[in-house]
Design a protein around this ligand. Sequence first.
Ligand code: HDD
Length: 735
Amino acid sequence: MADIVPQTMQKVQHAVVGPRGGDKVADLQKEMKDQDAKGNRLTTDYGVKQTNPDHWLTVSNQDKTGPFLLEDPFGRERIHRFDHERIPERVVHARGSGAFGKFKVYESAEDVTFAPVLTDTSRETPVFVRFSTVLGSRGSADTVRDVRGFAVKFYTEEGNWDLVGNDIPVFFIQDAIKFPDVVHAAKPEPHNEVPQAQSAHNNFWDFQFNHTEATHMFMWAMSDRGIPRSYRMMQGFGVNTFTLINAKGERHFVKFIFTPELGVHSLVWDEALKLAGQDPDFHRKDLWEAIENGAFPKWKFGIQVIPEADENNFEFDILDATKIWPEDLVPIRYIGELELNRNPDEFFPQTEQVAFCTSHVVPGIGFSDDPLLQGRNFSYFDTQLSRLGINWQELPINRPVCPVMNFNRDGAMRHTITRGTVNYWPNRFEATKPATVDEGGYVEYAAKVAGIKARTKSAKFKEHYSQAQLFWNSMSQVEKLHITNALAFELDHCEDPVVYERMVQRLADIDLGLASTMAEMVGGEAPKESAHPNHNKKAPGLSQTEYPGFKPTIKSRRIAILVADGYDPAAYGAAYAAISAGMAIPLVIGPKRSKIVSAGNTSSVTPHHHLEGFRSTMVDALFIPGGVESIRTLSTNGRAMHWVREAFGHLKTIGATGEAVDFVNKAIALPAVNVSSADEVTDSYGVVTVREPKVLSDVVKEIFKGGDGFMEKFFYNVANHRCWDRELDGLHSQV
Ligand code: HDD
């Protein structure tokens, strides 16, 4: 067997984004220069070729280094340019990464909208999507507990539509005027700028107590949704209530939802904590590698629609962003698909300079009076001014693919050169004139408005606990455990008793049991009764472990294969082939990253990483082939032992064959894992073992058929993400 090329390094051809709707990538190519092309010569920004970019001009000779000349335009240009490389980072969502892709509807939504992006099933709309964390600075870690941003720029033929959402369907506040407060309270504290990218501190939880409306959202943030396994495995929600207008002029309220093909999955907390140090770019790299490997992430795109006439038929106000529209009341209608298939060419001009505005919608889509959305519609354009300047929409990544023509002029860094003698409207030529409706002009929906001017909202906005209870009640047992642990971690980081004791009381508004557990864990008095007793109702679609509608898959999962010299080549080869055939990523890990030779010297492999450099936290599952020598080496290697124990503790699937079974048993030391008879495959708490490995030879063709073979059981567990029973039975913490 030949040496194996690390699969994660393999490049696939960039997929071309669909030709319709104007190809955004082709549009960007006009701006691209190829730094790697042979024959390039270094020049200054004003085009003069440079001969010696390593030395500033001085008055020096062989014996003496003399004065440094300010005269040197080359030297000055380098330093000037460098001094001004940074622009302000986003005030929230500073840390993020993005990718290009395409959006397609497969079922027309023409009954509710005339927007072609949602009705024309022959169209492929190019998109750029940026995922982010909210609280941390640009250089903070990816895996912290936080909400994730999910911002989509649709480059439609009718102009840009920006859907700026999150991976959580509700928000902390109801009114945009509170945004500076919630962000100030959540970001590092003002006196010492601590902590970075964390909600685990006094001010965050002080805010939560003082804003009862935040109760629903903080439960989501404390759930596993706050620590996604991958950007590719999160839902995306537009959160706010928008409107759709159809050709008959009827208006519907709408929420937008993206649901990932790979399922909604999270890290476990201990893993997230470790990854923040071991691989702070974990999510960024995961997205990048998946796209480079051709495992294009996909989401189903759905809408929840409420006819205008039904606006007041719900217990909650449908314009309140702290409320979901439960799926049993308003089902999601999946009508399209989003695919990401191309990585950016350069981070700064694309991912950093991309700028979204909730106020940017296209004909057929409108706003509602959601008071959070209305404030957002002001804020985003405004923030782009301080981040990028007034001509930010001319930047290649932000400019639409359809024609742009108007009388806006000048401003810093104006790029467009508009020819013509007039720059006002109306004018004597009328060459550039307003569009008619038939030509696709945007017309605001003629909504009837009546009321009194006051700083108030509808009465339903005042109810703050019902959906927090609904969310809690809908969690699986293991999810409830995770929320409890997350709250206990966060409140333990609050030193001020006023903060954690009051929060314990607040939790009684959700669930008395949760409040008493927290009182015990973090301090405070256990409430005896609740002013808002739990209504015990549940709703579908809230639990991610029970989220319906996707098939468990091993696709794009990272599976480590642990080997040392003397490994069993048959088991290794079959497992590697089966993992690749299942479109997962085999990562070979050895005690060293130089050649490792199989038993009998029949083949060899150069591992992708060694045990110290790479950690079990970075993979989804572990397979260890037998081989007397290999297992002898691994069982005496503390780091290898730690790999197995840590993977077990993080509820990951572990597969072992031949001599590796004893190694795994030694590492985990749980009787349930033992197997005795030769070719009996045992699956005990997601630890899949067989002593006689020859059954592996047939596995490749069996992968997708199910069955009782070793690989089927191993993949079944990997596809189910984690072995929750291990946690429920308390086994994971014993190793
Ligand atoms: Fe916001 C950025 C999502 C409420 C003001 N927000 C920003 C980004 C996302 C969201 C994903 C990053 C966009 C990117 O990648 O460039 N924000 C949300 C969601 C909200 C929300 C889902 C609730 C429904 N935001 C919200 C409010 C305000 C803002 C109420 C202000 C009144 N958000 C901003 C901002 C940011 C931003 C300050 C910072 C950078 C940017 O806009 O471009 O304007």
